[in-house]
Design a protein around this ligand. Structure first.
Ligand code: ATP
Length: 335
């Protein structure tokens, strides 16, 4: 059976890594009908809306997307497309597995890291509710609800149970934001109590950051509200070799959109040097979601085989290959 998938190349390095990931996914032999839709600053300005109808229509047909990054203007301009998409499709769980890859030079290469970040994806300081009260005085609303906190906590614990994980660490700043982070924490505790077989701990976000750098191997599953999840994701990416290799999935009740943790990386866009591993591994997560387990394992093994030999890896992880050479090597390594 063929799968219908919306391919959103995005902008910056997006089109380069999206083409590479689509090639690698096609090489698994799984039949995918790609519906390619453009979503970038030009399209948004031309259409006058952040999420044009073509994009939404396609995702509402396929319910599954593979997405490159879309640049978000800083301190002004149109709102974040990535955030808008997560909210519109109610993709409430952002799941980011952070795993060491063989042969990647990092400050922690003697450790085999394997943790999964569960980031709430729809609220918190990403509410976009900002207001200039009077000139030079701005408020920004942090929204935390029981509904959203409970469902991300359930999602994380259910995943922990299904995959035999041993520990969930909830990350917060409830000593300062007693009401907002306090509510998030109460929800995590409530769900933790339903899973006595899984160890549960709570860490204040500043301490969590230090512990992650000093003892990353002690972490298993991280459960965080939106903003801490964003920041800690990049920190964790740094532990295993950078943004080029960490995948992600945005999961909702009816839709799933797979995208890397990294942004559009304008500094290297168009140069053919971007590392497509993160989006390829997001593609592995997509294959698992589509119940193509054997193909998912083959693509993951091929990526790991290329890293193990370290001959054709990209510059960000210490190699010298370009996006295309790396992709060719992954396809050649597929059994
Ligand atoms: P955003 O705010 O849009 O998420 P960001 O601030 O996280 O973006 P990125 O665009 O992800 O920033 O890039 C951060 C750094 O990581 C840049 O130096 C970039 O070149 C590098 N980088 C990101 N993704 C990749 C990749 N796939 N391959 C190689 N380098 C990458």
């Amino acid at each position: 059976m063929a799968h219908n998938v919306t391919l959103i190349p995005g902008d910056g390095i997006g089109p380069e890594v999206a083409d590479a990931a689509a090639r690698a996914l096609d090489a698994t032999g799984v039949k995918i009908n790609w519906e390619r839709v453009e979503l970038n600053a030009d399209v948004i300005q031309k259409k006058g809306e952040v999420l044009p109808n073509e994009v939404m229509d396609s995702l509402n047909r396929t319910h599954t997307g593979l997405k490159g990054p879309v640049t978000t203007p800083v301190a002004g301009g149109f709102p974040s497309v990535n955030v808008a998409l997560r909210k519109r499709l109610d993709l409430f769980a952002n799941v980011r597995p952070v795993r060491s890859l063989p042969g990647v030079k990092t400050r922690f290469e003697d450790l085999k890291l394997d943790m999964v970040i569960f980031r709430e994806n729809t609220e918190d300081l990403y509410s976009g509710l900002e207001h200039e009260v009077v000139k030079d005085v701005v408020t920004s609303l942090k929204v935390i609800t029981r509904v959203a906190s409970m469902r991300i906590a359930h999602y994380a614990f259910n995943y922990a149970k299904a995959t035999n994980r041993r520990k969930v660490s909830a990350v917060h700043k409830a000593n300062i934001m007693k009401l907002a982070d306090g509510l998030f924490l109460r929800c995590c505790r409530e769900v933790a109590a339903q899973h006595p077989e899984i160890r549960y701990e709570e860490l204040i976000v500043d301490n969590a950051s230090m512990q992650l750098v000093m003892r990353p191997e002690t972490f298993d599953i991280l459960l965080l509200p939106n903003l801490y999840g964003d920041i800690i994701s990049d920190l964790c990416a740094g532990l295993v070799g950078g943004l080029g290799i960490v995948p992600g999935a945005n999961m909702g009740e009816s839709h799933a959109v797979f995208e890397a943790v990294h942004g559009s990386a304008p500094d290297i866009a168009g140069k053919g040097v971007a590392n497509p591993t993160a989006l390829m591994l997001s593609g592995v997560m997509m294959l698992i979601h589509l119940k193509e387990m054997e193909a998912a394992a083959r693509l993951r093994d091929a990526i790991e085989a290329v890293y193990a030999t370290h001959v054709t890896t990209t510059r960000d992880v210490g190699g010298a290959a370009g996006t295309k050479e790396f992709t060719d090597a992954v396809i050649a390594a597929m059994k």
